[in-house]
Write a protein of this length. Structure first.
Length: 356
């Protein structure tokens, strides 16, 4: 944050107030329960999401749609979707200045996120969660959605951005990462597969989440079931292959995204099997033959794409992803490329799992 912001001052601008109600059956005193719902306050990253109006319009539209769906289906409409809390003026965010734009969500109670050490059961549930999210949004009018980050998963354009970063070599690092650059460029040939399929109308354009890290699902603390898909900033028109592949990029790896000991970084076929089973329990009917056939490839594709994004950022001098140590982005890129190679060797087996 560029300057000190008093968060309590910010909160005064939102429609947040404790709710009281008469409580109990006492005969003497007047007793009230003060229900003080919890909230999440978030500063929107406006250097990445440059148009908060469009961003919040997307989120408002999608969450209102989901709430209605959940109500119709008898689902948990209170916890099953995010709920934007308006400002006193009825706005969807409060702006202090260009860098300090805040929003508030209702806190989804009784849930947890899973950051690491995922079991097959967790992955099955994550698959159900993301699959259900997509199924509920199947008839959302896709043309209503703004593209909050242009060409977010356009892998060939990501490869072009890498080439540009190599040419510019702003941080003077290109020579030291020749091997990674070679790997990235050698693999660029197949990376247009999904984008091309969409452009040619063979792969359907759907409403997709586009950032399906496992920690973007809230799971019920008691039952472990997926309750709510969060982090809706990148909900845009896209391919379901983006969401499927991206979830397993993280969920299917035996190590963290920035593990430097590559001997520990493998793609876990059982994780794929569990996630795919959950996802397909919601989505199998809706998918085309081509989408089904491309599920294994989508994991390799999204892992490759993320790898080249990390490498590009490294070459540009670490301006996009937050880093916590020197060469962090390079470590991440190497890690993702190791996974790409491992997934490639396992694709045939993964395809068998999809066929069931
Ligand atoms: P980022 O874009 O930085 O990943 P998220 O929107 O995913 O931000 O929020 C970060 C974390 O905050 C989530 O992983 C989750 O643990 C928690 N969180 C966000 N929104 C809610 C909510 N409405 N209720 C409960 N927890 C939430
Ligand atoms: C970012 O914000 P977060 O951590 O959920 C990125 C994703 C990448 C991911 C890599 C808007 O996700 O696309 O896959 O890092 N989000 C954006 O860990 O660029
Ligand atoms: Mg998140």
């Amino acid at each position: 944050m560029s300057r000190e912001i008093d968060r309590n001052e910010i909160l005064k601008h939102f429609e947040i107030s404790p709710v009281t109600e008469a409580y109990g059956n006492g005969h003497i005193n007047d007793t009230y329960l003060v229900a003080m719902p919890r909230y999440i306050l978030q500063r929107i990253n406006t250097s990445i999401f440059r148009n908060p109006d469009e961003l919040m319009e997307n989120i408002e539209n999608v969450t209102a749609f989901l709430r209605e769906k959940l109500r119709e289906d008898g689902g948990d409409f209170r916890r099953g979707t995010l709920e934007v809390v308006p400002t006193l003026e009825g706005g969807r965010y409060y702006r202090v200045d260009d860098e300090n734009v805040f929003r508030v969500y209702r806190f989804v109670e009784g849930t947890k996120t899973i950051e690491s050490s995922r079991t097959p059961e967790d992955l099955y549930e994550a698959g159900v969660g993301f699959g259900h999210f997509q199924r509920m949004l199947a008839d959302f009018p896709v043309e209503k959605l703004h593209e909050t980050i242009k060409d977010f998963h356009h892998t060939p354009k990501r490869a072009e951005a890498l080439r540009e970063a190599i040419r510019a070599d702003k941080a003077g690092r290109a020579e030291s990462v020749r091997a990674e650059i070679d790997f990235a460029l050698e693999n660029a040939a197949w990376a247009g597969r999904v984008v091309k399929g969409m452009e040619e109308g063979r792969i359907p354009v759907r409403v997709t989440h586009n950032d399906t890290k496992i920690n973007n699902i809230l799971f019920d603390q008691e039952s472990g079931k997926a309750v709510c898909v969060i982090d809706l900033d990148t909900v845009m028109p896209g391919s379901m292959l983006y969401d499927f592949g991206d979830a397993l990029r993280i969920g299917g790896s035996t190590a963290a995204e920035d593990e430097v000991d590559l001997g520990q970084v493998w793609f876990d076929e059982r994780a794929f099997e569990a996630f795919a089973k959950g996802y397909l329990s919601e989505m199998r009917e809706a998918l085309t033959e081509e989408e089904l056939a491309l599920l294994p490839m989508s994991v390799k594709l999204m892992t490759y794409e993320c790898g080249i994004r990390f490498l590009t950022d490294y070459l540009n001098g670490d301006t996009y992803f937050k880093i916590h140590r020197e060469h962090h982005n390079l470590d991440r890129a190497r890690n993702q490329f190791k996974l790409v190679t491992d997934i490639a060797g396992k694709e045939a087996r993964l395809a068998e799992m999809v066929r069931g």
